[in-house]
Write a protein that binds this ligand. Structure first.
Ligand code: ATP
Ligand code: MG
Length: 249
């Protein structure tokens, strides 16, 4: 048993959660590996929310409030780590929730739907409705719900794949992602990238949405327009370099 005093306690607890989700048919084997890549980057950013992640979160909240048709895309990792928080954010934004998996099977979609519904989701897309292929993407993972991602103007896609993020951008979507790796293609291509762990980023996003909801559209637009994603990614990379230089133990 791991004691709360263990220096990697939280990380190990999350890992145990992921193994459980894998056993319960929510997460794919590749999802487990993706989590490991995330763990490594979380270590490098210091396992806490950085100032620049805070700025990206604020800009993301503003863009989501301004959106005419916001959609949140959910994969296995997101459902395993933050189902309640995602459903809460979704309600705050009056957005659509769509299951979109890299390695999709009817069984896994069914299991993720159950997790989301148990977390309070009233409507879950990506199951039976008509789908449309995202231009520029091939194969089953190019499909998205006609009344979900396909129709969205702003889409939140945590832990997205680079090809899909790129295609969504070329299809005119404003893409917000959460990804611990500032070098991934998703991070580099997205309109706003929050370099933080999903388990910290979603609760912060909820707080920001609550705060910013009182602002005027002009103020919100100014927050989005003054955000520079490339500059923000650069700050995250500098943070990693600093942590590597100053790490003592
Ligand atoms: P890309 O396709 O964008 O170039 P990749 O192929 O390097 O990325 P993937 O395996 O497609 O990576 O996606 C996993 C991504 O999700 C990684 O960048 C990893 O850092 C990130 N990630 C994993 N777990 C978390 C988490 N809990 N919170 C935020 N990001 C995470
Ligand atoms: Mg990838």
């Amino acid at each position: 048993m791991v004691l709360p005093s263990h220096p990697r306690y939280e990380s190990l607890m999350l890992r145990a959660k992921m193994v459980e989700a894998y056993k319960n048919g929510i997460l794919s084997d590749s999802g487990l590996i993706a989590h490991g890549r995330g763990e490594a980057f979380d270590y490098l950013i210091g396992e806490k929310t950085s100032l620049n992640a805070g700025k990206a979160t604020q800009a993301a909240a503003a863009a989501l409030i301004l959106a005419e048709y916001p959609v949140i895309s959910v994969n296995g990792n997101t459902a395993a780590l933050a189902a309640h928080e995602i459903v809460e954010l979704n309600k705050r934004l009056n957005a659509k929730l769509e299951i979109n998996l890299f390695y999709s099977t009817p069984e896994r979609i069914k299991n993720i739907r159950k997790v989301l519904e148990e977390a309070g989701a009233l409507e879950v897309l990506g199951l039976e409705e008509e789908t449309v292929s995202i231009t520029g993407l091939k194969g089953p993972r190019s499909e998205s719900s006609k009344i979900g991602v396909h129709q969205s103007d702003v889409v939140l896609v945590p832990l997205e794949d680079g090809d899909r993020a790129e295609a969504l951008i070329s299809n005119g979507k404003f893409v917000i992602t959460i990804d611990l790796n500032p070098l991934s293609r998703t991070s580099q291509k997205a309109s706003i990238t929050i370099i933080d762990n999903l388990v910290r980023a979603i609760p912060h996003l909820i707080i920001e949405v609550d705060k910013l909801k009182k602002m005027s559209k002009i103020e919100l637009r100014s927050i989005v327009n003054s955000f520079d994603n490339q500059l923000n990614l650069q700050d995250s990379m500098e943070l990693i370099v600093q942590n590597l230089i100053t790490k003592e133990d």
